[in-house]
Design a protein around this ligand. Structure first.
Ligand SMILES: NC(=O)c1ccc[n+]([C@@H]2O[C@H](COP(=O)([O-])OP(=O)(O)OC[C@H]3O[C@@H](n4cnc5c(N)ncnc54)[C@H](OP(=O)(O)O)[C@@H]3O)[C@@H](O)[C@H]2O)c1
Length: 268
């Protein structure tokens, strides 16, 4: 299937590694020009160099940007549009918050988590909006895809901070999809289940330290929870996001799509 993304412009946040980088790679494979950001200039430059080396001719712009800082977001969007002449696709993403439950976090930690996973999504969308609108007026389409978590549909034990932030992202995405739909801009969330990245390894290692259970047994348990009985790959996740970003997905908006091997047990 041709996704019709040749020469389109995408901005992918939180893309020096993991799911964000996999989304950037999948979009580049479809011919998009892609700006990637993360907090650390060295890490994001290294990711861009790797993407260029593995995809000769790929147009990748590396931008150091902490998505919890509104001024840095505004500057990153402007740099993208200056470099590529528009913006068709925004992928929101960042790192995950720490694990813990009711007595483990004070008010400041709650605010940090909401800033990292909810406000970053809102602020990335706000600061991309003028550019997305202008490009949609010119080319007739646009895409916003918010990377969230299966915890939006099925809260994960001890992941209070994620469970709460992701629910907010769903409300924001659905509201925005109504507003920008008439412009041809779709807004969807993609909810990863357990997927092999640095974050997943960090989660299984910290759980192992706390419980004494081996990392292998913890990860085998996560795999057993899914219908497919395995952990997902970054490539599978990136390919799903690229499909939603593509032109053939132009009638899909306001949905929360799980890429979790069937881990969420609800009917809808
Ligand atoms: N992997 C899974 O199984 C899974 C499952 C459910 C949900 N998720 C969620 O999906 C998202 C991505 O997960 P992942 O596994 O890819 O995580 P990851 O491997 O830890 O990668 C996170 C990326 O975000 C960047 N980042 C972190 N904080 C940032 C900030 N404030 N501003 C800009 N960039 C930032 C990191 O780069 P720098 O360090 O260079 O800034 C890195 O590139 C997370 O929110 C995670 O909770 C993941």
């Amino acid at each position: 299937m041709n996704l019709g993304l040749e020469s389109s412009v995408a901005f992918v946040a939180g893309a020096s590694s993991g799911l964000g980088k996999a989304c950037a790679a999948a979009l580049l494979d479809e011919g998009a020009r892609v700006a990637i950001c993360s907090r650390d200039a060295g890490r994001i430059e290294a990711a861009a160099a790797d993407l260029r080396a593995t995809r000769p001719g790929a147009e990748v712009l590396a931008v150091a940007c902490d998505v919890t800082d509104e001024n840095q977001i505004a500057s990153a969007m402007q740099q993208t549009v200056d470099a590529f002449g528009g913006l068709h696709i925004l992928i929101t993403n960042s790192g995950g918050p720490p694990t813990g439950q009711i007595d483990d976090f004070d008010a400041a930690q709650w605010e940090d988590a909401l800033r990292l996973n909810l406000l970053s999504t809102i602020n990335l969308s706000r600061h991309a909006m003028d550019h997305l609108r202008a490009t949609a007026e010119r080319d007739g389409w646009g895409r916003i895809i918010m990377i969230s978590s299966l915890s939006a549909k099925q809260p994960i034990p001890r992941l209070y901070l994620s469970n709460v932030s992701r629910a907010g992202v769903q409300g924001f995405a659905k509201s925005l999809s109504e507003e920008v739909g008439p412009l041809g801009i779709t807004v969807n969330t993609v909810l990863p289940g357990y997927t092999r990245t640095a974050r997943l390894s960090h989660l299984s290692e910290s759980l192992s330290e706390r419980t004494g259970e081996s990392v292998a047994d913890i990860e085998a348990g996560w795999a057993r929870d899914s219908a497919l009985k395995r952990i997902g790959t970054e490539e599978e996740f990136g390919a799903t996001v690229a499909f939603l970003a593509g032109r053939p997905a132009g009638y899909i908006t306001g949905v929360a799509l799980t890429v979790d091997g069937g881990a969420v047990k609800s009917l809808l």
